[in-house]
Design a protein around this ligand. Structure first.
Ligand code: GUN
Length: 289
């Protein structure tokens, strides 16, 4: 029987430190501020945005929400982003995805100032992660790594299998695990013999969004299992992993909800405070020159 990795509790611990950093910034005259843009009425996105605002308020981070109907034009959205880019009081800009079909997410993300891209989705930040340069690391992958590290088990040299290849989770989490010297395999919807590959994983990260895709027979005895999947079925959140039977096989496993979700939000706050810290540093360097 494995142990449940409590993301809610770990997020709470991390947020205590983030709040201290936010307080220290405010004492120096910088109030960390996040701008959150939501376009359309997708209920899941509305819920995520509400959760982000609530956590920001708890930590004393200003969160400005810009809510638009799905009829918003791309030009109007890009104008708003450019205005936020120019606003020195704003340290983080987040555009909630997915966007309505007529808005091109690539164009929208590319418009965000990479220094305020606390989601870490801008090509400059994605490239920085790929090449080992400093930049913003996407929040969910950063949360997944913290959860894996919280087990205290080694990562270097271990087999890590990532199921899912999205730009938001699959690809960046694979890069983070590679940076930790894991031996990483990325699987996806066209992978043949998925179970044979996942059964080799000491660390299994499922990020597909297909309820129950990973069954207990696909899990190695004693593995760390991180479930990033989150779909709502008949009013209940479900992950990619068939949780009950998987708990019997794994050493550690994250629940849905209460696993990765709270960690994503904590890391968003971490990135926002980091951005404000960098802005303060840049200001004091300019001041001393
Ligand atoms: N939609 C689902 N996850 C995310 C995320 O991490 N950031 C944004 N902006 N949108 C999302």
């Amino acid at each position: 029987m494995g142990q449940i990795l409590d993301g809610k509790a770990l997020a709470q611990t991390l947020c205590e430190d983030i709040k201290k950093r936010a307080d220290a910034l405010k004492a120096q005259g910088v109030a960390p501020k996040l701008a959150v843009i939501l376009v359309g009425e997708d209920p899941a996105s509305q819920l995520y945005v509400r959760s982000k605002g609530k956590r920001a308020a708890e930590l004393g981070i200003l969160a400005e929400q810009y809510t638009y109907t799905a009829t918003l034009s791309e030009a109007e959205l890009l104008d708003r982003i450019r205005q936020l880019n120019r606003d020195d009081t704003v340290h983080g800009i987040l555009v909630q995805l997915p966007l309505p079909g007529h808005l091109d997410p690539d164009q929208v993300i590319a418009c965000i100032d990479p220094h305020k891209d606390v989601d870490g989705f801008h090509p400059q930040n994605a490239g920085a992660l790929l090449s080992g340069q400093p930049g913003f690391v996407p929040c969910t992958p950063k949360g997944v790594l913290a959860l894996v590290k919280s087990t205290g088990l080694p990562i270097a040299g271990k087999r890590c299998v990532v199921v899912g290849r999205s730009n938001i989770v699959g690809k960046p989490v694979a890069l983070l695990m590679l940076k930790e010297d894991a031996t990483v395999t990325i699987c996806h919807s066209r992978t043949e013999g998925l179970g044979a590959i996942t059964r080799e994983a000491d660390i299994l990260i499922a990020a597909v969004g297909k309820a129950g895709l990973i069954t207990a027979d696909m899990i190695k005895e004693g593995a760390i299992v991180i479930d990033v999947g989150q779909v709502r079925i008949q009013g209940k959140w479900q992950g990619d992993v068939d949780f009950g039977p998987a708990l019997e096989k794994a050493a550690y496993i994250t629940p849905v909800p209460g696993g990765v979700g709270p960690m994503t939000i904590a890391m968003l706050m971490d990135n926002t405070v980091e951005s404000a810290q960098r802005a303060l540093q840049a200001r004091s360097q300019h001041g001393s020159n």
